[in-house]
Write a protein that binds this ligand. Sequence first.
Ligand code: TRP
Ligand code: SF4
Length: 342
Amino acid sequence: MADLSEKKKPVIVSGARPTGEIHIGNFAGAVSNWVALQENYRCYYFIADYHALTTHYQDTSELRDLTLGVAADYIACGSDPEKTTLFLQSSVPEHAELSLLLSMLTPVSWLERNPSYKELVKELSNLEIRTLGFLGYPCLMAADVLIYKADYVPVGEDQLPHLELSREIARRFNHLYGQLFPEPGELLTKSRVLPGTDGRKMSKSYDNVIAFADPPELVRKKVMSMVTDPARIHKTDPGHPEICSVYAMHKEFNADEWEEIGRLCRAGQIGCVNCKKICAERVARVHTPIHEERTRLLADRSHLLEILDGGSKRARAVARPVLAEARDAMKIGFTGAEENGE
Ligand code: TRP
Ligand code: SF4
């Protein structure tokens, strides 16, 4: 139960779209940060299944499995459902209703000039995403954040334009109907980008990820097949670790030794096979326990659903009165003050 000191903690909200499995690149970038924040903030973290539909509405056959997988991944990575309110976005339909209300006052021009919108329309040209839902993505995201009157949103650089739109929407609401929503600030997470097995940024769209769903043997295989410095043919050739993705993995998962490894590589005193073996072992130290925990969680589906359900109930208890305030401010229906004859 939340005590008083709990109430004083600033509120943060974040969501993850269940469009792919969580991988060690997500862990290095965002997820480990989320986990650290739960000590000093009241955290609302959700699996953004409505948001997944904005781009992946045509084929939803994997949506439920991915949703549970992502939930298990987060818990296995250390997100503690006792400390963090962890839930499924669609189980708190207040997000959707607030999004509808906000859509009434959001000019289409704001949505169209959003750089992420323009980029994604180009990038995902194979999917028909010039839909109303996708255009309105920032409206839903604003609702996600404002429904908890969040103080901060932990985001990577790529999400900043979206967050700025959330603030603009909040400002416009407050201007039209009276002050209700604080403007959410950003908690910029140091975005450490981990290269994938092919040397490009680790990303589910490049099929180069090491996912927590991968069994340990596969992780080892993936590390052993990673691209390295192409100039190194013989083990005595001097290497360039800064362009090698194995070296980047060492930096993330083998902090104590990575400088030494860089030195040995430059001096031609370590072979790539050996270097990768060490790397695979260090990655496994982080990966294996998380993999085992997520497997255990997924084996008891009803328990996992119960955890999410508990989170949704806590989230709704906060979201419902805020939605009532928003409806009341807009003079929608006869709830809140009106109903009480005030
Ligand atoms: N837009 C985020 C992403 O693509 C996901 C998201 C949805 C989100 N709603 C949010 C993030 C609210 C922070 C707060 O990763
Ligand atoms: Fe990369 Fe290691 Fe080979 Fe150097 S020795 S190129 S760091 S794999």
